[in-house]
Design a protein around this ligand. Structure first.
Ligand code: 5AD
Ligand code: SF4
Length: 335
């Protein structure tokens, strides 16, 4: 459904018509979601990672990170608190930490789904399709697997030799298994071009995703990209607004990375086509160590406060925090 050509996209990404882009994106969001914004509570249950992505503070080689792994009971407890505070989606996120066996992940999913009528999203990285299929049968509803870039060469470089096609194959398998699937990129990685970002947009839109996440690149001091330039909030806001134009029904979060540049970054996202926010509900003592990029999880409030602050942000903009799980419109056959 390419309603926009590549040249037009490149012009918008360069700031050619911000007012027109943002108002069209906002109108489309309003048409499809009304005043509702979906809130997804993220439990970042382990910051251990066996990968070496050049952009990410959690990369295995970063010995400055104080690593933690939450146990099953504590993960379920955080999810329970978030659900009691009103969250209807729980996102379970970790680095590529394969020390959690399929059975333990199953225990977490069943523990949460057994106690609350919530959707569970898995953001666990490169686990096998068979494992993901098993967790789908256990009741997990959604998966988030970011491509970070849709250019195979750049992917190999920024993720230290990882294979783009393998990642893409897994993403397609997740869809086939029956999950609602989200993916996305980092906007403004070192040496990016607007042409590449236009191709990223077209590629992601062709995948027919239920959720598209994109936030600005933020250099982390303890990574090989420490001295690279930051991605920039405007570029990121243009990217998500264009994603809305190309994907009217998809869930598009205003990512927390936006707030690293501008305290009102997420608000701006919600006024420019985004319809989701994702507060961290990781226990405060651990949260600051989930330091993917500087400024991530800088706010130290408990679970209930995290959810209510997100609700306040939504209300302050004249929106309502949706009481629904915010399932994909595509899955409900609206599209
Ligand atoms: N800047 C912005 N986003 C980043 N991510 C990882 N490192 C950075 C960074 N330096 C994003 C990636 C990853 C998600 C958890 O955070 O997209 O999938
Ligand atoms: Fe690990 Fe994900 Fe960071 Fe890569 S982006 S180092 S896989 S946590």
């Amino acid at each position: 459904m390419a309603v926009l050509g590549r040249d037009e996209i490149i012009n918008y990404l360069g700031g050619g018509n911000d007012d027109g882009l943002y108002s069209t994106a906002d109108n489309l969001r309003a048409e499809n979601f009304g005043r509702e914004v979906y809130l997804r509570a993220i439990v970042e249950f382990s910051n251990v990672c066996n990968k070496k992505c050049n952009y990410c503070g959690l990369r295995a080689a970063n010995s400055k990170v104080s690593r933690y792994r939450m146990d099953v009971a504590d993960i379920i407890e955080s999810a329970n608190l978030a659900a009691e505070a009103g969250a209807r989606t729980i996102v379970l996120q970790s680095g590529d930490d394969f020390s959690y066996s399929p059975d333990r992940i199953e225990e977490i999913i069943s523990g949460i789904k057994g106690a609350h009528d919530v959707a569970v999203t898995l953001s666990l990285g490169d686990r096998s399709a068979a494992e993901y299929e098993h967790w789908f049968k256990c009741g997990a509803d959604r998966c988030l697997l970011k491509l970070e870039t849709t250019n195979p060469d750049i992917y190999g470089k920024i993720r230290c030799g990882e294979d783009f096609h393998k990642r893409l194959k897994l993403l397609r398998s997740l869809k086939q298994i029956g999950y609602e699937v989200g993916s996305g990129i980092i906007v403004g990685l070192p040496d990016y071009t607007v042409e590449q970002l236009a191709d990223d947009l077209l590629f992601l839109s062709d995948l027919g995703l239920d959720m598209i996440a994109a936030g600005p690149f933020i250099p982390h001091p303890d990574t090989p990209f420490s001295s690279a330039a930051a991605g920039g909030i405007d570029l990121s806001l243009r990217f998500t607004a264009l994603a809305r134009l190309l994907n009217p029904f998809s869930n598009i979060p205003a990512t927390s990375a936006l707030d690293s540049f501008d305290p009102e970054g997420r608000e701006k996202g919600l006024q420019r086509g985004c319809n989701v926010i994702m507060p961290s509900v990781t226990p405060v003592s651990k949260r600051r160590n989930y330091n993917i990029y500087p400024g991530k999880n800088a706010v130290s409030v408990d679970v209930a406060d995290s959810v209510s602050r997100a609700e306040e942000l939504i209300r302050a903009l004249g929106f309502v925090a949706s009481a629904s799980k915010g399932s994909s419109r595509r899955m409900n056959n609206v599209e």
